[in-house]
Design a protein. Structure first.
Length: 479
């Protein structure tokens, strides 16, 4: 069956790219305003963190649900109305006068973000032929990086010139523009009116599973992993996860068709995506402590050094996407994971005498590896399923990103504090003033450990490539 060619597919891509740009701009712009929000609302910093945490948890809980809904009722509908809901949530943020209302507004924002995030990759997969899909997904990766890069700088300027509410006002006109542009430019879809009943039980189980799991992972280090609330939350997540699995095996039209995971290439690609995002956010959480606490570098300079990651991703991702349309995507994913592992081992050698050039170079290697990896890996995943499952698979990609982020942060912080505590002889839950040697010792172990995890993912990919070539050779000889 021939692929339908959309003549205006690059205009469609321009509209679709508004979603990762705004989603990542909003995620990164909020962090810079947290101190001012804390003062204005009269709450402590541990409470104001719920402005960030609630947004992440709700997106993760809903993105897969909306991915399934987009496959049943239309990707474009879910995508377009996601912008309206996101804009409504942004408006509610601007009028918030209490933490509880602000968190509610962020939840509304997150529902809208989950809607357009669930559909962006699947729309690209539908409108672009396979020989151009990698390039389009590479540009999506660049847009993610640009939104992430602009957020802190733009947020700092707006908070300084105006107030913290202003960082949400900017979302409103962009949301309205994206909705109108989507209505005018995105393709019309045929809705399957005979669609089977929605798997409500599976949806509820999945949402509870994600909320309980993410809350436990994000709160475990603060409350202590042996805290009763953390243990109960983990037990709930395990029970709901198991129930979700058996529910999906029984229902006629499950949210996640588990047969997809019988494809080894699909499984390895998803696992490697999880690893790549875990590595990226491990660096994002650990490196600022090294720069500002150990090296005594100013926050502004630290921010410029950390920009090496999104800049390198923005440059490399479209090139990698272009190459993946012409070369083997699996080879590029191997090169990406190898580059990230080299970057992590390079960063494990950082010391108090490291200069800015070496620091920026070592951070940039991580971004280059991630940029090499993402577009071809996403293209592989999207090519392995039929069109009626593209929404769910695109949502799985988005969910894996968030799970990698949360797991990377949890793993790196837990390992860092564990090694610091072991070295100093008592429990440590933060940077030890006057003892940069303790931090550097633990940081080295974290980077070496994550580098080894990257090599594991790379090895699994190579083994799968070798096995596939051997099977092809055997099939050729038999014929």
């Amino acid at each position: 069956m021939e692929e339908k060619i959309y003549k205006n597919r690059w205009k469609i891509l321009a509209v679709v790219l508004l979603s990762p740009f705004m989603g990542n701009l909003d995620s990164s712009i909020v962090n810079i305003a947290l101190p001012m929000m804390s003062k204005h609302l009269g709450v402590e910093i541990n409470s104001i963190q719920w402005v960030v945490t609630s947004y992440l948890i709700v997106i993760s809980a809903f993105v897969l649900i909306f991915g399934k809904l987009s496959d049943k009722f239309g990707k474009v509908i879910i995508f377009n109305y996601g912008f309206l809901i996101f804009g409504l949530g942004s408006f509610l943020c601007t009028i918030s006068q209490s933490l509880s209302f602000l968190v509610f507004a962020r939840i509304v924002q997150a529902v809208g973000a989950a809607m357009y995030m669930s559909a962006n990759q699947s729309i690209i997969a539908v409108v672009f032929p396979q020989n151009e899909r990698g390039r389009a997904l590479g540009l999506l990766g660049s847009t993610v990086a640009i939104g992430t890069m602009l957020g802190p700088a733009l947020g700092g300027i707006m908070v300084q010139l105006f107030n913290w509410q202003s960082i949400f006002i900017i979302n409103i006109p962009i949301s309205i523009f994206a909705f109108i542009a989507g209505k005018l430019i995105l393709p019309k879809e045929e809705i399957n009116k005979s669609a089977s009943a929605f798997d409500l039980r599976g949806a509820i189980l999945f949402m509870v599973f994600i909320v309980a799991l993410f809350w436990a992972l994000l709160s475990g280090e603060d409350l202590g992993w042996n805290n009763g609330k953390i243990i109960i939350s983990l037990i709930i997540s395990i029970l709901c996860g198991i129930s979700f699995y058996f529910t999906e095996k029984k229902v006629e039209d499950p949210i996640v068709d588990l047969s997809m995971f019988q494809n080894k290439l699909f499984d390895i690609s998803i696992l490697c995506a999880f690893i790549s995002f875990g590595v990226l956010f491990c660096v994002n959480i650990i490196q600022p402590f090294y720069l500002q606490d150990a090296m005594k570098i100013s926050p502004a300079t630290s921010g410029f050094l950390m920009m090496s990651v999104p800049i390198s991703i923005a440059v490399v991702a479209p090139i990698s996407g272009y190459l993946s349309d012409r070369l083997s995507g699996e080879i590029l994913t191997v090169l990406g994971l190898l580059t990230m592992s080299i970057g992590l081992f390079t960063m494990s050698l950082l010391s108090l005498s490291s200069n800015y050039i070496y620091i920026a170079f070592s951070i940039a290697i991580i971004g280059i590896g991630n940029g090499l990896f993402q577009a071809p890996n996403n293209a592989i995943v999207m090519s392995l399923v039929s069109k009626d499952k593209l929404g769910v698979v695109g949502s799985i990609n988005a969910l894996v990103r968030n799970m990698g982020m949360v797991s990377g942060i949890t793993f790196s912080v837990a390992l860092l504090y564990n090694r610091m505590s072991s070295k100093i002889g008592h429990r440590v839950t933060g940077y030890v003033s006057g003892r940069p040697d303790i931090f550097l010792y633990a940081m080295k172990i974290v980077y070496v450990a994550t580098g080894c995890i990257c090599i594991l993912g790379m090895t699994l990919t190579i083994m799968r490539i070798v096995k596939e070539k051997r099977e092809r050779g055997e099939a050729y000889l038999k014929s």
